[in-house]
Design a protein around this ligand. Structure first.
Ligand code: PBG
Ligand code: ZN
Length: 328
């Protein structure tokens, strides 16, 4: 007898019934860039199809996302160049861009949306690094109180969850302590636990104006040769009280996602970063690939590897594809 496996291919309904990987729009997070000013909606040349909003126009972006079925967002703040300083003061001031945006969105949408904030200094420092600089080096320990202050100010302005992305040691413990002491014990921490020093962040840094003015981020972000190091750093964040874990970038790090999902009892979020987005956009614009098909295939691969949450600039398109039944 010849053995064939034809049944799983015989009908579309059966193929959908037996899918091993399920996606839901509920697990998608869409990133927003908020800059200073009023009435601003401007294209981001490095991220075609993505825009920068000012706090007062951001609700347009939210409405559009809600129409597509996406209700989770992560905010990145882009202060004007004249607002940047050595300490990144703009990150925690009461009328900072992210703080304004949070208040505005809370007023307009209440609990209809879930708001995360990226907590880091690099968009606010004039040197573009994620921490304080002394003797030409990023200082881990003196940076912690500033990131903690930033997280607390986001909580006070109305965020639902904070996501520290600076890769300083003991960040999660410092944030947990500050949030608890400040009266926000219920705000969870989604830690960028395994964040690699990656060339895939290029378009984001152009968009955010956060390219380091000297050196690189290799002293605090991870070396892409290493897998065990990532698991060790994730373990530290788990011990410090992280509630969710991010692996970043996504497509080139599926092994890390898979290992982390196997080993840790916390939800794993993958961040499909700006370079991953830009590659797909550019290849599609050149007529070399089918954009939708590649977007779908990439997202399913990330979930198949073990991610339960996906942060992606394609969140709206993915929600549509799920809705149509193309994936999920
Ligand atoms: C800030 C931060 C970065 C990204 C998210 N948070 C940039 C960096 O580390 O240089 C990258 C996101 C993307 O590329 O889409 N620390
Ligand atoms: Zn940073």
């Amino acid at each position: 007898m010849e053995i064939r496996s034809r049944r799983l291919r015989s009908s579309q309904l059966l193929r959908k019934m037996t899918r091993e990987t399920r996606l839901s729009a509920d697990s998608l997070i869409y990133p927003f860039f908020v800059r200073e000013g009023q009435g601003v909606i401007e294209e981001l040349p490095s991220l075609p199809g993505q825009v920068r909003y000012s706090p007062d126009t951001l609700s347009k972006g939210v409405e559009e996302a809600l129409e597509n079925g996406v209700s989770n967002f992560i905010l990145f703040g882009l202060p004007g160049p004249e607002k940047k300083d050595a300490m990144g003061t703009g990150a925690w001031i009461e009328d900072g861009v992210v703080q304004q945006a949070l208040q505005e969105l809370r007023r307009s949408f209440g609990d209809q949306i879930y708001l995360l904030t990226d907590v880091c200094l690099c968009e606010y420092t004039d040197h573009g690094h994620c921490g304080l600089i002394e003797d030409g080096k990023v200082q881990n320990d003196s940076t912690l109180p500033l990131i903690a202050k930033t997280a607390l100010s986001h909580a006070q302005a109305g965020c639902d969850m904070v996501a520290p992305s600076g890769m300083m040691d003991r960040t999660v413990a410092a944030l947990r302590e500050a949030l608890d002491a400040g009266g926000y014990p219920d705000i969870p921490i989604m830690s960028y636990a395994a964040k690699y020093a990656s060339a895939y962040y290029g378009p984001f840094r152009d968009a955010a104006g956060s390219t380091p003015q000297f050196g690189d981020r290799k002293t605090y972000q991870m070396d892409y040769h290493n897998q065990k190091e990532a698991l060790k750093r994730i373990q530290l964040d788990v011990n410090e009280g992280a509630d969710l874990l991010i692996v970043k970038p996504a497509i080139a790090y599926l092994d890390i996602i898979a290992k982390a999902a196997e080993r840790f009892e916390l939800p794993i979020a993958a961040y499909q970063v700006s370079g991953e987005y830009a590659i797909i956009k550019a290849a599609a614009a050149a007529g070399l690939i089918d954009e939708r098909a590649v977007v779908n295939e990439s997202a399913v691969a990330i979930y198949r590897a073990g991610a339960e949450i996906l942060i992606s600039y394609f969140a709206k398109e993915l929600a549509q594809a799920i809705q149509k039944g193309d994936i999920g």
